[in-house]
Design a protein around this ligand. Structure first.
Ligand code: XMP
Length: 514
């Protein structure tokens, strides 16, 4: 299989580059910029230098070693990657008076396979590209030809086709460069001569085989959370070792309506998995009694989870392996922008187990992005409800009940939330929204029902759009939908007489209320 290495100089788009390459069905991996050349040579057939916030003029700015360019590998430098390439190979880079950010029109100055099939978008043959840079290459290094320029940037694309060294000042990986995908594919297929052979189906086969080899006749433990990552992890391991996988689902009583039952049905009945379903609701409730501070709730829930999981692990006797749904964004340490999965799993990564309970870790999703995990989930036949499940915090409904968590308040929130989920799904918005949920507030307000005055609970509705949970905006839900949710909650959920909609963005608010 052909593989591409993406060297990460810190751009927020590094992961996007790796994804675009995989979307072109070529396997790609991200490395820190100082990865030793020996690690790349032989195994990787092309290298991409990402963008990044540094300037080649900064002291200690990360620069590739010259030997990288002499290794015979096809290389594409993007943005800072281009400036670094130019600086290393004797081109002239000048610090910009100001950053250029946004759309620019690229005119072609030479024909090259890199731009094959790229159609002119403007009457004079130019195409739209997306720029975000400070420094600029003024003169390409010796041996390089100028392939294109923009109004502010005389060398916006350059190449030494003989050595297969290419560089772009603009970002082909972002959607704002409409033909960027084509340009990247040209680099992969026409310049580097790679084959598009990476697919999720082959990933599944390879992953199952690798787990078989690794586990041999051993046993594997896997904690299911109800989410897609742990579900796919368990299914892959199950395909590999069958009943030697014990999946453990801890029902902490803080789940949404029907969730526990759906996990039981799906994994035990549908997939025939050896599933230990632990009803620990009462234990969690006891532990949460009187706790109102959000962080204290989180700590209590995390600690209780470890206690329950540890007990079960000890009861099972010798189990050598623990399977976890770690994803690629969790693995890439040098990437400053981390996906939501890092946070979402805090209570399921069972990191706090006592030292005598040592497992060898199996992490079959370490190389995948979330959308790829969803593709695998579909291939493995997981129901849509799990494949498209919105992120749900480990501490569950406990951090959506402001103040103390009691059985009664859980019941109110669970019913209200079920209505939100139903209506959002019926409106076809489930996949578009990052999250939509109900929050139970610690106040009561006055209302009137029939001829009676009520003094009852308030539900806040939260629905956000987001790419990665780092930032989010409140969703402009249609008024009709808001109206339906509100009247259903007030009519159907006992002791709620008011619904409000949260119109704050993150930052400065957060997505959750606690
Ligand atoms: P906030 O509320 O900080 O949340 O904007 C960002 C994302 O993380 C999820 N979240 C959690 N996930 N344990 C988790 O597993 C937690 O304690 C936790 N707190 C927040 C939240 O649902 C959102 O998607």
């Amino acid at each position: 299989m052909d593989k591409v290495a993406v060297l990460d100089y810190g751009s927020q788009y590094t992961q996007l580059i790796a994804r675009r390459i995989r979307e072109a069905r070529v396997y790609s991996e991200i490395f820190p910029p100082d990865v030793p050349l020996d690690r790349l040579r032989g195994e990787y057939r092309a290298v991409i230098l990402s963008g990044g916030p540094a300037s080649v003029y900064d002291e200690g700015s990360p620069l590739p070693e010259r030997a990288l360019f002499e290794a015979g590998l096809p290389i594409l430098g993007i943005c800072y990657g281009m400036q670094a390439m130019a600086a290393c190979l004797g081109g002239r880079v000048i610090p910009a008076a100001q950053r250029e950010y946004g759309r620019a029109d690229l005119r072609f100055e030479a024909r090259d396979p890199l731009f094959e099939g790229v159609a002119a978008e403007l009457p004079d043959g130019r195409i739209a590209v997306w720029m975000s840079h400070g420094d600029t290459v003024l003169a390409p290094p010796p041996g390089f030809a100028r392939l294109g320029g923009t109004a502010n940037c005389p060398v916006a694309a350059m190449a030494d086709p003989g050595r297969r060294l290419y560089a772009l000042q603009f970002h082909p990986e972002v959607a704002h460069t409409p033909q960027g995908r084509r340009i990247l594919e040209n680099f992969l297929f026409r310049v580097a001569g790679l084959e598009p052979t990476w697919s999720m189906a082959s990933f599944v086969e390879d992953a199952i085989e690798a787990i078989c080899r690794r586990v041999g006749q051993g046993r594997v433990l896997c904690a299911l959370s109800g989410g897609v990552d742990s579900a796919v992890t368990a299914l892959l391991v199950h395909r590999a070792v069958g009943d030697r996988l014990v999946a453990v689902f801890v029902d902490n009583g803080l789940l949404r309506k029907g969730e526990g039952e759906s996990v039981r049905r799906t994994f035990r009945e549908h997939f025939g998995m050896n599933l230990v379903y632990m009803d620990a609701a009462q234990r969690f409730l006891d532990r949460l009694r009187g706790v109102t501070d959000p962080e204290a709730k989180r700590k209590a829930i995390g600690a209780e989870f470890i206690t329950v999981f540890e007990q079960e692990a000890r009861r099972l006797g010798a189990v050598e392996f623990l399977a976890q749904g770690t994803l690629y964004p969790d693995v890439i340490e040098s990437t400053p922008h981390r996906g939501p999965s890092a946070t979402i799993k805090t209570h399921h990564n069972v990191g706090g187990l006592p030292p005598d309970l040592r497992f060898q870790l199996i992490e079959p999703l370490r190389e995948l992005f979330k959308d790829e995990v969803r593709q695998v989930a579909k291939l493995l036949g997981l129901p849509d409800g799990i494949v498209w499940r919105q992120p749900f915090p480990g501490p569950g409904l406990a951090v959506r009940i402001l103040g103390e968590v009691t059985e009664e308040r859980l019941e109110i929130l669970r019913e209200a939330d079920a209505i939100v989920q139903e209506e959002v799904r019926a409106a076809g918005l489930e996949r578009e929204l990052w999250q939509a949920f109900a929050v139970l507030l610690p106040v009561r307000t006055v209302g009137v029902m029939g001829d009676f005055r009520t003094y009852a609970q308030v539900i806040a509705l939260r629905a956000v759009m987001s790419q990665d949970a780092m930032t989010a905006d409140w969703a402009r839900l249609p008024y009709d939908l808001l109206g339906r949710i509100s009247s259903r909650i007030i009519n159907e959920v006992k002791s709620v007489n008011r619904v409000v909609y949260d119109i704050s963005s993150k930052p400065p608010s957060t997505i959750g209320w606690e």
